[in-house]
Design a protein around this ligand. Structure first.
Ligand code: CDP
Length: 232
């Protein structure tokens, strides 16, 4: 198959886009970048350093100063799919803490934070053969991507999946609390002023409710083939 330089995947919270993006990248031999973890890292940095998440100027300055590295998982064997380093510290699991879930949408609504993260993401995209997952990849970060997908599912199904993930990670939030968080974040992400969550006009929308990851991967591989054929 001819290579696509970027496959852009966007969608609401816990829609399965990271799972699908990761498997897809593995199958195609592409790099995988989960851009949400960069906004999560900025949020965690603010929480750890006692910077008020409501202080836009301070959070923006901090987001420019931190070093974020995403590396292959090495041999940890604890179920991680990548290792995230924040200023050299392994924060892979800390990025999934409920406090980060609570504050990440506010932090990622700040224009200066987004500008910085988008620049970092574009540099990554320039490497080519990348599957990039987020909220604004097809609309803002990589608007020329030859294949754009928007992956969604019902709020209940998304909350159920997230609840199962968090149980595995040892967190005890109830399904109802997680459903409320997913709905609050979707509302916030979709109505924010800068780069709100919405499908790019040329994105293909995939509803994953009741579908297995593999059936969606198969559909995307066929779409990738069709997009590559168009480039011949
Ligand atoms: O995994 P989940 O879908 O819950 O979240 P995530 O992809 O890790 O993203 C966490 C938050 O970061 C989202 O709720 C958005 O507020 C923000 N985000 C963003 O604004 N733009 C991106 N490209 C990725 C994430």
């Amino acid at each position: 198959m001819r290579e696509l330089n970027v496959i852009a995947i966007d969608g609401p919270a816990a829609s399965g886009k990271s799972t699908i993006g990761r498997i897809l990248a593995d199958e195609l031999g592409y790099l995988f970048l989960d851009t949400g973890c960069m906004y999560r890292a900025a949020t965690l940095a603010a929480l750890q350093q006692g910077v008020a998440v409501t202080n836009e100027t301070a959070v923006t300055t901090l987001s420019h100063a931190i070093e974020i590295d995403i590396k292959p998982p090495a041999a940890e064997g604890d179920g991680r799919h990548y290792t995230a380093l924040l200023d050299g510290q392994d924060v892979t699991w800390a990025l999934r803490l409920p406090e980060v879930d609570t504050h990440v949408s506010l932090v990622s609504s700040y224009a200066g934070v987004r500008q910085e993260m988008v620049q970092r993401q574009r540099r990554f995209g320039l490497r080519g053969k990348v599957v990039m997952v987020g909220r604004d990849i097809g609309t803002v970060v990589m608007p020329d991507a030859p294949l754009k997908l928007y992956i969604t599912a019902s709020a209940e199904e998304r909350a159920r999946r997230r609840w199962l993930d968090r149980q595995d990670q040892g967190h005890s939030n109830s399904f109802e609390v997680i459903l409320a968080d997913v709905q609050r974040r979707d509302e916030f992400d979709s109505t924010r002023q800068h780069s709100p969550l919405h499908p790019a006009p040329d994105a293909i929308i995939l509803d994953t409710t009741g579908r297995s990851p593999q059936s969606i991967i198969n559909e995307i591989l066929a779409l990738a083939q069709a997009a590559a054929d168009l480039m011949l």
